[in-house]
Design a protein around this ligand. Structure first.
Ligand code: ASP
Ligand code: MG
Length: 447
């Protein structure tokens, strides 16, 4: 069997949902399970509506609700007919009546607890899947709709619930029977906590749902259908020549996600990783393009992609007391730790340490404490440029080629080999695009 995850943009309106169904119809023999997001933007609108209701602004909350309603009714009218349309309209009437009364409760109490938020958030996926399911029936596709809340069991950590894998695997094996020729549809993002109450897995959680279900069912493949053609060699808004990477390992994809390539988040595909299931990232707008395949050992070693993260601050501590002393690094990191400030890159010499941070709200307090250890300097306006690919450090030519491309760029820090899949450098923010372009040209265009 295979899992098809359909993202919000690809669920955006009737014609896109139809395209998603076409994608499933092409693969019916593989016994597809389709995991759907809410219609694009609906989750954001739901958040807006309960935030307004909670702050007492029920009129604006209702206006937002009206626009959510309008999109769902319009979609139903666009692709359903006769009895199916009528019963969908009745269904939408009663579902939105429920939503409106929950919203009224939030408004009266001026309180929207995490539990209430999840109850409201779940409407997005519950509604989108009912629409696409009804359209499947209308088109004569053999379609089954399952409620993900009966499959995904979680803890009670509302808004970012953690799945209970054992219970989930058991529920899935008891009640999901993928079959060639049948399309099973269910919701991403939602589950059920310990007391039978609806939970959500956190923003963007549908990818996570898809890989949990894929792992539980021993899927041959998980396809993530989105609005970009896979993972690219660089952000195409910066480099129009950027190309799709055909094969990439989980580690490489994870490193890229960390530095801002938001296509798939590594944590969300973890269940697929641990079960050795390949994850394909595909473009709904170009279904016959190959997209990117994420799998263990996929592709050749060497540079795969470039990414960058701006808004970085470099903090350096110099002290001769560091010379041959131990425990110095521990004291430095304890200061960042106490201030709940993550450190990204680190370089050290005998008498100095430089670290990068991107969260600076606690910086003043950190500096005060660091000054007790040595002389401290701060440079803001920096960027981390990350070159991702496995075994880069094993290629003797790679560093020379990379730094050759960076000839005119001042490089402030270098870190190679720490993660096995990346070379990271810190450069001034205003030089980062020039640096990306030059590296991209050297490695991906000059061949
Ligand atoms: N609809 C949810 C969100 O927008 C979950 C998802 O689409 O993955 O965060
Ligand atoms: Mg998403």
């Amino acid at each position: 069997m295979i899992v098809l995850k359909i993202g919000g943009t690809s669920m955006g309106d009737a014609s896109r949902m139809d395209k998603a169904l076409d994608i499933a119809v092409d693969q019916m023999e593989a016994a597809p399970l389709m995991v759907c997001s809410a219609m694009g933007g609906v989750t954001d609108q739901i958040i807006k509506s309960y935030t307004l209701a909670e702050s007492g602004d029920i009129d604006d909350a209702r206006t937002v609700l009206d626009s959510i309603k309008e999109r769902h009714y319009a979609c139903a009218e666009d692709f359903l007919e006769g009895e199916l349309l009528k019963s969908m309209q009745t269904d939408l009437d009663s579902t939105f009546a429920q939503f409106a009364s929950l919203l009224k409760g939030v408004n009266l109490l001026r309180d929207c607890s995490p539990r209430s938020k999840d109850a409201l958030l779940s409407f997005g996926e519950r509604l989108s899947t009912r629409l696409i399911y009804a359209r499947g029936i209308q088109r004569g596709i053999k379609t089954i709709l399952l409620d993900a809340r009966e499959l995904i069991r979680t803890d009670d950590n509302f808004n970012s619930a953690r799945p209970d894998m054992e219970a989930t695997f058991r529920l899935v094996s008891e009640s999901v029977r993928p079959e060639p020729g049948t399309l099973i549809i269910t919701q991403g993002f939602i589950g059920t906590g310990n007391n039978g109450v609806t939970t959500t897995l956190g923003r963007g959680g549908s990818d996570y749902s898809a890989s949990i279900l894929g792992a539980a069912l021993g899927a041959e493949e998980i396809q993530i259908w989105t609005d970009v053609n896979g993972i690219m060699t660089c952000d195409p808004r910066i480099i129009p020549q950027a190309a799709t990477i055909s094969d990439i390992t989980y580690l490489e994809a994870g490193e890229l996600a960390f530095f801002g390539a938001k296509v798939v988040h590594p944590a969300t595909i973890q269940p697929a990783v641990s079960h050795g299931i390949p994850v394909l990232v595909k473009d709904t707008g170009a279904p016959h393009e190959k997209g990117t395949r994420i799998a263990a050992g996929a592709g050749e070693p060497g540079l795969k992609a470039l990414s960058a993260k701006k808004g970085i601050t470099v903090v350096s501590i110099t002290s001769s007391r560091m010379l041959e002393a131990h425990g110095f690094l521990r004291r430095i990191f304890a200061i960042f730790d106490a201030a709940e400030t993550p450190v990204d890159l680190v370089t050290t010499s005998e008498v100095s340490v430089s670290v990068t941070i991107d969260k600076t709200d606690a910086l003043e307090g950190i500096l005060e404490k660091l000054e007790a250890l040595g002389q401290v300097t701060v440079e803001s306006g920096q960027a981390i440029l990350c070159m991702v690919g496995r075994d880069l450090w094993k290629d003797p030519v790679f560093p020379a080629k990379a730094f050759g491309a960076l000839e005119h760029i001042p490089v402030r820090m270098i870190s190679l080999g720490a993660s096995e899949v990346n070379l990271s450098v810190v450069v001034p923010e205003q030089k980062v695009e020039e640096a990306l372009k030059s590296l991209h040209r050297r490695f991906f265009e000059d061949q």
